[in-house]
Design a protein around this ligand. Structure first.
Ligand SMILES: Cc1cc2nc3c(=O)[nH]c(=O)nc-3n(C[C@H](O)[C@H](O)[C@H](O)COP(=O)(O)OP(=O)(O)OC[C@H]3O[C@@H](n4cnc5c(N)ncnc54)[C@H](O)[C@@H]3O)c2cc1C
Length: 448
C-alpha cells in the first residue's frame, strides 16, 4: 500500500495544472495517474488559442486570471510555450450586425475585458498586433469599420467585410509546452506520475480513503481529484456521483497554405455570418438532387475560423457546422468532407480560398471531445463526498482556463480563500433552484 496526500486521475492540461498548483500550495505527496501519456488525449487536439473575450462575467474573470498566470509563467520561463498576443478577429459582411456587435462589445468591456476603441477613419490610431510575444499589447478590443480600413490592415480579407472586431487580450501558445512546463515544475516540487488506469475509489464512512489502480496497486490517500477530461462522468461514478456533463466530437483540419491565402502574421480569423456554401450551379443542382447531400446546399452557421500555425505554411481550419454529441473513444470517426467544407466556408472571409476548390491540399484531420455542462461553465470543486474533487468540463476552453482552474482546485483542496468566481463553477450551484431556473433561459455561452 502506497500513501499519498492527493491522487489526481488524468494528466491532461487540467490534471497537470491541478498537480502544479497543489504542489505550490504545499501539498507534498501528489500522485498523478493516467492510462495514456501525459497531455496526449484532448489536450493534444486543440487550436491552442486563448482570449478573455467572454460574455459570461464569471468566465471572463476566470480567463483574466488564467491569462495573468500564463503571462507570469511565460515571463519566468523565457516564454518557452511561445505565447503570442495576436488576438481574435471577428469579421462580418452584414451591416445590420454592426449595432449588435457594438452592444455585445460594450457589455463584455464593462465586465472587465478592457476598453473598446472604435476606428472608422483614415486617421485611425489602431495599433496592429505583433506576431510574436505578448508584452506591451493593448487589451480590450478594437472595432474597425469600413472595408478600406479593414483591408488596409488585413489585405487578405474579403472586400465585403464591413466590420471587424479585434479582441486583444487573446492569441495562442503551445499547449504541449505549457503543459510540460506545469508538469516539470510540479515534479520538482514532488509530483509523481504513474502510468495506469484508476479502476476504483475507496470510500468509507462517507469519505475518500484511497484509490485502486489497474496494476493491482492500492493507494491510500484522503484526497481524490477527478480530472479525467471526457471520462469525467465515468470516473465520477467511481465515487458514486453522477456529474451533469456530456461530450461532443469536434474536428480540426490542417492544410499547407502554399498559395499564402492566410497572412502569416494574421490573428485568429473568425467569420461571423451564416452562409450558403459556394458551389457552381451544376454542383449545387447535383448536390440538391441527392437526399444524402442536399444538406450541403442549405444554410451553414457563423463561426468558420482559421489561423496560421508555426513557421511553415500550415493553417488550421475549424467550423462547427453540425455538433455531434457522442461518448469519448480513442479513435473518433473523422468526417472526410470536413476539410473541404471548412475551406469553402472560409472562402466567404478569405476569397482566395477559391483557388483551392477542387484541388484542396492533402489535409491532416483530427478530432477530440468537448466535455460540457449544460451552460458551458466548468466544474471545479468538491464532488459531494468528503475528500473527492472534480476539475473539468472545460469544453473548448480547457487550455486557456487550465491555470486558473488548477489554482482554484488547489484552493478548494487546501481550504485557502476562494476567488469570487468560485461559486459559479462549483457542482453545488445546481442545488440552487434559482440557478436551475436561470439555466432554462441561458444566453450565448460565447463558445466557438
Ligand atoms: C478541436 C478542438 C479545438 C480546441 N481548441 C481549443 C482552444 O483553442 N483553446 C482552448 O483553451 N481549448 C481548446 N480546446 C479544448 C481543450 O483541448 C480541452 O478543453 C482540454 O484539453 C481538456 O483537458 P483535460 O485535461 O480536461 O482533458 P484531457 O486532455 O482529455 O485529459 C484527461 C486525461 O484523463 C485520463 N483518464 C481518463 N480516465 C482515466 C482513468 N480512469 N484512469 C487514468 N486516466 C484516465 C485520459 O487518459 C486523459 O489523458 C479544443 C478542443 C478540441 C477538441
Amino acid at each position: 500500500m502506497e500513501h499519498y496526500d492527493a491522487v489526481i486521475c488524468g494528466a491532461g492540461i487540467v490534471g497537470v495544472s491541478a498537480a502544479h498548483f497543489l504542489a505550490k500550495a504545499g501539498i507534498r505527496r501528489i500522485l498523478l495517474v493516467d492510462e495514456r501519456p501525459p497531455l496526449s488525449f484532448t489536450s493534444d487536439r486543440s487550436t491552442e488559442c486563448y482570449r478573455n473575450w467572454w460574455p459570461d462575467p464569471a468566465m471572463l474573470a476566470l480567463m483574466n486570471r488564467s491569462i495573468d498566470l500564463m503571462e507570469a509563467f511565460a515571463n519566468e520561463s523565457g516564454n518557452v510555450f511561445r505565447m503570442n498576443r495576436r488576438g481574435y478577429l471577428y469579421v462580418t459582411a452584414d451591416e445590420s450586425k454592426i449595432a449588435e456587435m457594438k452592444a455585445a462589445s460594450d457589455l463584455i468591456s464593462s465586465l472587465g475585458a478592457g476598453p473598446i476603441r472604435i476606428h472608422s477613419s483614415e486617421t485611425s490610431d489602431y495599433q496592429p498586433s505583433q506576431p510574436e510575444g505578448f508584452l506591451h499589447a493593448p487589451s480590450g478590443a478594437d472595432l474597425l469599420l469600413g472595408s478600406d480600413l479593414i483591408r488596409r490592415h488585413f489585405p487578405y480579407l474579403t472586400d465585403k467585410a464591413v466590420a471587424a472586431l479585434h479582441a486583444r487580450r487573446a492569441g495562442w501558445l503551445s499547449a504541449q509546452q505549457l503543459g510540460m512546463y506545469l508538469l516539470e515544475s510540479g515534479r520538482r516540487l514532488g509530483v509523481r506520475f504513474e502510468a495506469g488506469r484508476v479502476t476504483g475509489v475507496a470510500v468509507d464512512g462517507g469519505r475518500v480513503r484511497g484509490v485502486q489502480l489497474s496494476s493491482g496497486v492500492r493507494v491510500e490517500s484522503p484526497v481524490f481529484i477527478n480530472a479525467a477530461g471526457p471520462f469525467l462522468k465515468e470516473v465520477g461514478k467511481l465515487v458514486g456521483v453522477d456529474l451533469p456533463v456530456y461530450t461532443e466530437l469536434h474536428l480540426k483540419a490542417v492544410i499547407k497554405d502554399a498559395l499564402g491565402v492566410v497572412g502569416r502574421d494574421a490573428p485568429l480569423l473568425i467569420w461571423n455570418d451564416a452562409q450558403a456554401l459556394p458551389w457552381t450551379d451544376d454542383e449545387r443542382a447535383a448536390l440538391a438532387d441527392d437526399p444524402e447531400t442536399r444538406w450541403l446546399t442549405g444554410t451553414f452557421p457563423p463561426g468558420a475560423h482559421t489561423r496560421p500555425e508555426g513557421g511553415g505554411t500550415d493553417i488550421l481550419m475549424l467550423w462547427e457546422y453540425h455538433t455531434l454529441p457522442m461518448d469519448p473513444v480513442d479513435a473518433p470517426p473523422l468526417d472526410e468532407q470536413y476539410p473541404e467544407i471548412a475551406l469553402r466556408g472560409l472562402a466567404a472571409m478569405l476569397p482566395r480560398m477559391k483557388e483551392y476548390f477542387g484541388r484542396i491540399p492533402r489535409p491532416q484531420l483530427d478530432g477530440g471531445f468537448y466535455t460540457k455542462t449544460r451552460e458551458n461553465r466548468p466544474l471545479v470543486g468538491p464532488m459531494g463526498v468528503e475528500g473527492a474533487f472534480v476539475a473539468g468540463a472545460v469544453s473548448g476552453y480547457g487550455i486557456m482556463s487550465a491555470c486558473a482552474v488548477g489554482e482554484l482546485l488547489a484552493a478548494h483542496v487546501t481550504g485557502a480563500a476562494l476567488p469570487e468566481y468560485a461559486h459559479a463553477f462549483a457542482l453545488s450551484r445546481y442545488d440552487n433552484p434559482e440557478y436551475q431556473k436561470k439555466l432554462e433561459h441561458w444566453g450565448d455561452s460565447g463558445q466557438l
